[in-house]
Design a protein. Structure first.
Length: 542
């Protein structure tokens, strides 16, 4: 399915996208059909490529296109949808298998969506059982105002493809409006839970927000026990908000039993499996998601990061380059490409990636992201570091803890120790505030320990680092636990305990993680270890 073209007011584009997604969702419920996922098909919005090219790139035999016009005049709202099902074959002109226009009042929009899905299936000679017909006829909500609010939330969040806090907060507002208007709206509850969970982990942790995310996830599952969306919401909440990977995997597996080709559930299962150290299973789920969603930048990005952790660098580079071609402004993809270079000891290559991105990306957003996620402040060149140090706290979602630690680390790298201590103290106060709200947040503890290390408070820094690692060790979470252990290594180095640092660093080179012998050679964090025989063996790959 290609994105349906909006022929009405540009402000109504979200409504055409909503109809596209609803029809796609219905067709995905037909067992005999394999439907290309949203992430891949959306690339072809307003594409100038021929239908044969699109079909070839997607590996699709049929393309469903449509135009949508939402007419609002004289107090009457009508929807006009003109879908066309085309068969595309190499070296042949596309042929129409089915075409029909629909003109209905807005109150009948759900019937139009069901009719399109049913007639497409019939045109493809797919027999529909009674249960499938019932699923195709099902309405997400009976409240059109709630549906409109939900579609606006989807437009803001990109159906949960974005993760920046401002966009998530806007989307949450629309989803909350939707469930207020219809308290039984399963899809809206599920997306509300996912948005709240992602905001929880991407902003200052808030116990209240975690409670709200759990409530929305459980509400979605209770209202739709036979729907995959509630299981997806519960899986994501369990993984990122409460770090219960086993519950997260159970929910993802339950969802996949209901919808085995749901790309979001396949990716959710893969992320949980990574945390559980089941890397082969994770890669298999990502491979299936990639086959169903071949032009998805997000799936390619996830695959690239997984390959990076597995130290399969040529494959990781290829996956992230593919992701970057699909979404050139995605900062996480840009950072992943830089990390592949760093893992191979290529600092110049990583800096070239950053320079290239700054030609088209907002510098404040990119520099703040690099300095925060995976602590790559040291990769930035001199002028970029100066720009970074000029950023206000608003560039870090008004989180003084993150703003302070980024500045402290960067000033310390530049040898300006007085400024480093001043910002570390500001960061300390921010982390202490965050920990009063979320006392069992492992990452907040290890980063708090890092600020104390910059302040020279050795015993307290070590204690905080150990506290964070004990809350979430590698044995409990192979993904986040490895990062926590890495931060404790950094704490030991800052307070002058190289042997204890090496005791924790050596295991990180033996498990899937982004550190490598090449990375150790160029990362200034490890400069205090140069000349140490144990460290030199790691650098040599022994």
């Amino acid at each position: 399915m290609l994105p349906f073209e909006n022929l009405g007011d540009s402000a109504d584009a979200y409504f055409a996208d909503g109809i596209t997604d609803e029809v796609r969702g219905k067709l995905s419920q037909v067992p005999a059909l394999a439907v290309i996922a949203r992430g891949s098909s959306n690339e072809y919005r307003r594409s100038t490529k021929s239908l044969q090219e699109i079909g070839r790139e997607l590996g699709a035999e049929y393309l469903l296109t449509a135009t949508v016009r939402w007419e609002k005049s004289g107090g009457v709202s009508r929807v006009r949808v003109s879908p066309e099902l085309l068969q595309v074959e190499p070296n042949e002109a596309p042929t129409t298998r089915w075409q029909q226009g629909f003109d209905a009042s807005l109150t009948d929009v759900f019937q139009v969506q069901a009719d399109i899905a049913t007639k497409v299936a019939n045109a493809l000679d797919v027999a529909l059982g009674d249960s499938t017909r019932n699923e195709l006829a099902a309405r997400p909500t009976a409240n059109l105002a709630a549906y409109d609010a939900f579609l606006k939330g989807e437009a803001v969040s990109g159906a949960m493809a974005v993760s920046d806090p401002p966009s998530l907060r806007r989307a949450i507002g629309f989803y909350e409006q939707a469930v207020t208007l219809d308290s039984g709206f399963v899809l809206a509850w599920a997306q509300l839970a996912r948005a709240r969970s992602t905001l929880y982990t991407n902003s200052t942790p808030s116990p209240e927000l975690a409670v709200q995310a759990r409530y929305a996830a459980e509400r979605a599952r209770a209202l739709g026990p036979d729907r995959p969306e509630g299981q997806l919401a519960l899986s994501e909440f369990s993984r990122i908000a409460v770090l219960d990977n086993r519950q997260a995997l159970a929910a993802a597996e339950a969802g996949l039993k209901l919808a085995p080709n749901n790309v979001d559930l396949l990716v959710a299962a893969a992320l949980v499996e990574q945390s559980l150290g089941r890397w082969d299973a994770a890669f298999q789920h990502l491979a299936k998601a990639g086959a169903l969603d071949p032009r998805s930048a997000n799936t390619a990005r996830r695959t690239g990061y997984t390959l990076l952790w597995l130290r399969r660098y040529p494959e990781a580079q290829a996956a992230l380059d593919r992701a970057g071609a699909l979404a050139p402004s995605n900062i996480s993809i840009i950072e992943g490409r830089a990390m592949v270079a760093l893992a191979q000891g290529d600092l110049a290559g990583a800096r070239a990636v950053v320079r290239g991105a700054l030609a088209t990306i907002d510098p404040a957003a990119l520099l703040a992201y690099f300095a925060n996620y995976w602590d790559l402040f040291w990769v930035l060149e001199e002028s970029q570091q100066q720009q970074l140090l000029a950023l206000p706290v608003s560039a870090f979602d008004d989180d003084h803890a993150l703003w302070g630690i980024v500045h402290a680390q960067t000033y310390h790298l530049r040898g300006r120790l007085a400024e480093a201590r001043a910002y570390a103290d500001s960061s300390r106060l921010g982390f202490e505030k965050n920990l009063r709200a979320a006392p069992d947040d492992a990452q907040q503890h290890v980063l708090h320990g890092l600020t104390l290390a910059y302040l020279g408070r050795k015993a307290e820094a070590i204690a905080e680092g150990k506290r964070g690692l004990s809350l979430l060790p590698i044995s409990s979470d192979a993904y986040s636990g490895a990062y926590n252990q890495h931060q404790l290594v950094r704490i030991y180095l800052l307070v002058g305990e190289p042997e204890q640092a090496l005791d924790l660093l050596e295991p990180l080179l033996k498990i899937p993680y982004y550190l490598s012998s090449g990375w150790l050679r160029i990362d200034p964090d490890f400069a205090p270890l140069k000349g140490n025989p144990r460290f030199e063996r790691l650098v040599a790959g022994k």
